[in-house]
Design a protein around this ligand. Structure first.
Ligand code: ADP
Length: 492
């Protein structure tokens, strides 16, 4: 019998299921997209039934494929889009409204009021977050205030991020639970006490009765109802997507960074058992919680990463496919001096300048498509450099290896440039779907397939390792050029 683990990866645009063997190789996958709803400018919603039904469908499909060659799934892990907020009726299991997605800005005004009233320092000290519509707390408050009768019957309602919603449905309404990483993104969870925080619940107007039980990432989340996957499977691992990627990349040592390069980029650095408060507008968050022991991380986000390459392709029509960016960049003059600041929607950490817009600097008659492609890819490297510097300063630590994943990192030119411009060794694993892999690792730990993080660590397999190949002086001069470009935008 071939023993395996099923990972559900419920993302912002699609639900995916991947079956892994016990060596961490993906042996069966299935994916389904679902509809995005934009009822007003800045509002983004998902139909909770779509999240559940697509999850069920891809889970069944992947299980079927895995069984075709005699695989037996032992346990189930879940990873999910974070912060997205669902409130449902405990009796009927019916949501009272569509899910409010993490990108949704409808509570910006409420967040502005809370900041103006001087609450940010306190919220930040307890949660590690900055007050922003992104996180669940003000979304829950909005639902209770805007759905007819919701606040009056709050005692009958349940709140969950997408993991909780799926666990509730998978267990036939028997389990209302979440894990510490998802809890840490609600802005209601005190990352120091590892419990929901009464002061925050009262500040954001959220009754405690609404909230799920918070478990470890590798824990007993109940058995699935046999009606779902045709058999009862133990749910043993849960983590928000970026946290699952930390586990999938086995970044278990303080100083190790995982950076995921998709449409945007999220970098998390393990800071060990110490929650490090940031002086550089990074977020303090959970890396994972296993065996009751919280491990913390610093997190930084780059809003636009692979999206710059999409823009070269779809906006400018300079390339036909994302992969062509690599061939072009290889042709660029090494000293091209072109800087592209892709602030299409402002700049994320460590700048937090939502209102600046992008620009290209250093154009000459010699600037061609190769130079623009190189500058677009280098922008991701410079932004990673800025995050890495902020992380090193905040944690007062030497940075370790940069482990990368996501759709962009198939690009070998980008990998070398990252190592050169960030000044760190960059490693690309054999399995670049690290988010789902992390969910499987957690489920394996929760089910006792592996008994320590060291055993999981041994699973990590390298595809490519790149050392910095330029001198420090050259790196510093290029980084100065980038920072000059950013300054010209942010100080105008
Ligand atoms: P997401 O999960 O955010 O949808 P993915 O991890 O699938 O994103 O990555 C897709 C992104 O990677 C796209 O923005 C695309 O432009 C970029 N990308 C894909 N292939 C390459 C490549 N060879 N070089 C650079 N960027 C690439």
């Amino acid at each position: 019998m071939r023993e395996r683990i099923l990972a559900i990866d419920q993302g912002t645009t699609s639900s995916r299921a991947i079956v892994h063997d016990l060596q961490g190789r993906s042996v069966a996958t299935a994916q389904r997209e679902f509809e995005q709803h934009y009822p007003h400018s800045g509002w983004v919603e998902h139909e909770p039934a779509d999240l559940w039904q697509t999850t069920l469908a891809v889970g069944r499909e992947a299980l079927e494929r895995s069984e075709a060659d005699g695989g037996e799934v032992l346990a189930l892990g879940i990873t999910n889009q974070r912060e997205t907020t669902i409130v449902w009726d405990r009796q009927t299991g019916e949501p009272i409204h569509r899910a409010i997605v993490w990108q949704d800005r409808r509570t910006a005004e409420r967040c502005g009021e809370l900041k103006a009233a001087g609450h940010e320092a306190e919220v930040s000290a307890r949660t590690g977050l900055l007050i922003d519509p992104y996180f669940s707390a003000t979304k829950i408050d909005w639902l209770l205030n805007h759905v007819d009768g919701a606040r009056a019957k709050a005692g009958q309602l349940a709140f969950g991020t997408v993991d909780s919603w799926l666990i509730w449905n998978l267990t036939g309404g028997r389990v209302h639970a979440t894990d510490a990483t998802n809890a840490a993104r609600t802005m209601l969870f005190n990352i120091h006490t590892q419990d929901w925080d009464d002061e925050l619940l009262s500040l954001f107007g959220v009754p405690r009765t609404l909230l799920p039980e918070v478990l470890d990432c590798a824990d007993d989340f109940g058995m699935t109802d046999p009606g779902g996957f045709g058999r009862a499977l133990p749910i043993r691992g849960v983590a928000g997507d970026q946290h699952a990627a930390v586990v999938g990349q086995t970044c278990f040592t303080p100083g190790m960074i995982k950076s995921t390069y998709g449409t945007g980029c999220f970098a998390l650095m393990n800071t060990g058992e110490t929650p490090v408060a940031s002086s550089n507008r990074l977020l303090t968050t959970m890396a994972y919680r296993i065996g009751g022991r919280p491990t913390y991380a610093l997190e930084g986000a780059i809003f636009v990463a692979g999206a710059t390459i999409q823009w070269l392709r779809d906006g400018l029509g300079l390339i036909d496919a994302a992969a062509e960016s690599e061939e072009h960049a290889r042709q660029a003059r090494p000293d091209h001096g072109t800087y592209l600041v892709p602030a299409f929607t402002g700049l994320g950490a460590p700048y937090w300048e939502p209102d600046v817009r992008g620009a290209i600097f250093g154009l000459t008659r010699n600037t061609g498509v190769p130079e623009l492609a190189a500058a677009a890819l280098e922008a991701v490297c410079y932004q990673t450099h800025d995050l890495a510097v902020a992380m090193a300063r905040d944690a007062d630590a030497q940075l370790g290896t940069l482990r990368v994943d996501g759709g962009m990192v198939v690009n070998d030119w980008l990998l070398q440039r990252l190592a050169d411009l960030v000044g760190l060794v960059v490693e690309r694993p054999r399995e670049i779907e690290t988010t789902a892999l992390g969910a499987s690792y957690l489920a394996g730990l929760g089910h006792g397939i592996w008994t320590s993080l060291d055993q999981v660590q041994d699973q990590w397999a390298l595809d490519r390792r790149v050392e910095p190949s330029i001198e420090k002086a050259e790196r510093e001069s290029r980084v100065r050029g980038w920072q000059d470009a950013v300054r010209r935008l942010t100080h105008d």
